[in-house]
Design a protein around this ligand. Structure first.
Ligand code: GTP
Length: 365
């Protein structure tokens, strides 16, 4: 089966880190988010992926090329941003006019059982079958109002928690028949959720498939950190994972879950973990302490520093005795001088030089 992955959003809620990379390349437990998605789709019988791209398409193309993990990858380019529906119509030629296909948001991490979903879809005669996921607080999502056990009558968008009739939400994963192309205008921005699904629901061609497994929607930094924690726990529960060419001094303690990628150097007497992901070519000098944080590639952390619950972008350089605290985000190519404390919730935009401590939540542009 072919799968279309929406990969062209601006990811405004992840700025400023998304100013320099598309959301789908943000690392989760040491690998770009889209790699995890492709891995699950491959297990579920998808053999060709079409990436619907727009914003920063070249970075995605450079990473995934025309084949990844044995799966053919093709690119459908929005001439202008086409929203969540327009890219499906735009990719009509690549998806072909005959076969049932999968379409999904590219910022959803799940283990959705696509094969079972496809089977359920075939039994109902639906044009679209939507994976539904149960959440505690549905107020950020579209909640399904069911006509019966399987058919969706409507979606209530972003209801208040108290108003939600059920908490089965649109999980952003869809099985579609080619007939869906008839419901999407070509060449303009279309919201599949607001413009296409309501019509299909009225025509009784919209069905749901309840999915009970893990599900992460990466919208905000909080979601990103949470997904990273869960993936770290899954792949490095009790054993630190250390990549090729990485050097960790004996006096340094690694507390799992922790994933350290390739060619990283960690000096003496550091404590790294728990819930830490460190990307390639990072350098951490002696006596530093890092917990619950994500370090992107090629960053350098000076000695005796402490980083907690923060994200450090790529090519960041921090001096000695720097402290990053709760929810702080230091973007790409920032340099931070010696003895600086940042946080809680300080956001530093790319290329800044930080020479003063900032102890209150604030964004430095
Ligand atoms: P925010 O700007 O923070 O809301 O994030 P976003 O740009 O990712 O938007 P949203 O979460 O609504 O997007 C859901 C999925 O659709 C993501 O995988 C996006 O990459 C993708 N997407 C959103 N808009 C477009 C678009 O105009 N074109 C394409 N090709 N994909 C899109």
């Amino acid at each position: 089966m072919k799968a279309l992955i929406l990969a062209g959003g601006y990811a405004t809620r992840l700025r400023p880190l998304s100013c320099t990379r598309p959301k789908l390349l943000f690392p989760i437990a040491g690998r770009p988010m889209l790699e995890w998605i492709i891995e699950n789709l491959a297990k579920e019988g998808v053999d060709e992926i079409i990436l619907a791209v727009n914003y920063m398409a070249d970075l995605l193309r450079k990473h995934f090329k025309s084949r990844f993990n044995g799966i053919r990858i093709r690119y459908s380019i929005d001439p202008t941003p086409l929203g969540t529906g327009g890219p499906i119509k735009q990719a009509q030629g690549l998806l072909g006019g005959k076969g049932t296909f999968l379409a999904m948001n590219g910022d959803i991490l799940s283990e959705a059982p696509i094969k079972s979903m496809l089977k359920a879809h075939r039994e109902t005669g639906a044009i679209v079958t939507i994976a539904l996921h149960k959440v505690e607080d549905p107020s950020r999502f579209g909640v399904a109002k069911m006509a019966n056990r399987k058919r969706i009558e409507a979606f209530i968008e972003k209801p208040r928690k108290s108003d939600a009739r059920s908490s089965w939400i649109n999980a952003g994963i869809y099985i579609m028949e080619p007939r869906v192309f008839n419901y999407i205008d070509a060449g303009r921005k279309v919201s599949v959720e607001r413009e296409v699904f309501p019509i299909l629901a009225k025509r009784e061609k919209l069905y749901g498939f309840k999915y009970y497994g893990p599900w992460f929607d990466i919208g905000k930094f909080e979601d990103y950190m949470n997904a990273n924690h869960k993936f770290l726990a899954r792949i490095s529960g009790r054993t630190p994972m250390v990549g090729n060419g990485t050097k960790v001094r004996r006096s340094t303690q690694l507390i799992p879950p922790v994933v350290i990628n390739r060619k990283v150097e960690i000096g003496d007497d550091c404590v790294i973990g728990p819930y830490v992901a460190i990307d390639d070519h990072v350098e951490i000098e002696r006596g530093s302490r890092i917990a619950r944080s994500i370090l992107f590639q090629e960053s350098k952390i000076g000695e005796l520093s402490s980083i907690d619950s923060s994200i450090v972008g790529e090519h960041v350089v921090t001096g000695r005795n720097v402290k990053l605290r709760g929810g702080t985000i230091v973007s790409d190519y920032v340099s931070v001088r010696d003895n600086i404390t940042l946080g809680p919730r300080v956001i530093i935009c790319p290329y800044k030089e930080v020479d003063q401590s900032i102890l209150k939540p604030m964004s430095v542009k």
